[in-house]
Every structure is written in C-alpha cells, then in structure tokens.
Design a protein around this ligand. Structure first.
Ligand code: SF4
Ligand code: SF4
Length: 120
C-alpha cells in the first residue's frame, strides 16, 4: 500500500532506521517476512540452509525502518531488526499546543473538583 499524503511535520521527523539480522539455520523458508515487509527489504535467497530451506536475504539495506514486523511475524524467531543510530541529533520535539487548543473537561478548574455545595 502506498500513501499519497505527505505528513505536515515531515521536515522535522526522521524515519527510524534499522538493520536486519537473520538466523539462517532457524529459518524454514515460509516467506512471511519477505511478503509482509513494508519496505521490500527482503527476498528469498538462492542459498540453502542445513534444513534445505531458502532463508531471506537483505536486498535494500538502507530501507529498513526497524518496524520489527518481520520479527513479530516469523514463526521460528529466525529474524529480527536492531535500531541504527548515526549520531545525528534527535528530531526537534513537537511545539506545545496553543492555549486555544486546550479543552476544559467536565468543568473542573485549576482549583480542584467541585465542593459538595456545587453538586446538583
Ligand atoms: S524491520 Fe520492518 S522494514 Fe525492516 S526488514 Fe523487518 S519488516 Fe522490513
Ligand atoms: S518468517 Fe522466519 S521462517 Fe519464514 S522465511 Fe522469514 S526468517 Fe524464515
């Protein structure tokens, strides 16, 4: 699925980056990680593991966003991702909400809940 919208804060937010680790000998070649990776990072390799299956291999190394979907979906715990950090500063936090955007809930003021005399 491809999104057509560009997030309003895309100039301030950097996508996470990750690196995939594959435990080749655990893999049973089901292909779930390949099929469901949102960034098409993986393909079936031409090589065999000792069980005779084709494990995945990474073909788009820089595309992994460390979403861990491959890790969650693998029935044999044969793949996982680790976060990559490049030493760049963290993205700036979102600006605080303007006072006009704050909503009073239930009529409570900063002085606390209503007293017994206020309950109707
Ligand atoms: S962590 Fe996410 S983006 Fe990276 S290989 Fe796994 S499913 Fe794909
Ligand atoms: S989901 Fe796991 S067992 Fe299936 S192909 Fe990927 S690494 Fe191998």
């Amino acid at each position: 699925m491809r999104y057509w919208r560009k997030p309003l804060d895309s100039d301030r937010v950097r996508a996470a980056r990750g690196e995939v680790r594959i435990i080749v000998e655990r893999c049973k070649g089901c292909g779930f990680c390949i099929e469901y990776c949102p960034r098409d990072v993986l393909v079936e390799s031409a090589s065999f593991n000792r069980k005779g299956y084709h494990p995945p291999e990474v073909v788009k190394r820089g595309e992994c966003v460390n979403c861990s979907l491959c890790e969650m979906i693998c029935p044999d715990f044969a793949i996982f991702s680790v976060a990559l950090t490049d030493g760049a500063p963290e993205p700036a936090p979102a600006p605080p909400l303007a006072p006009s955007a704050l909503v009073s809930v239930g009529g409570w003021e900063e002085t606390g809940p209503p007293s017994d005399g206020d309950v109707s």
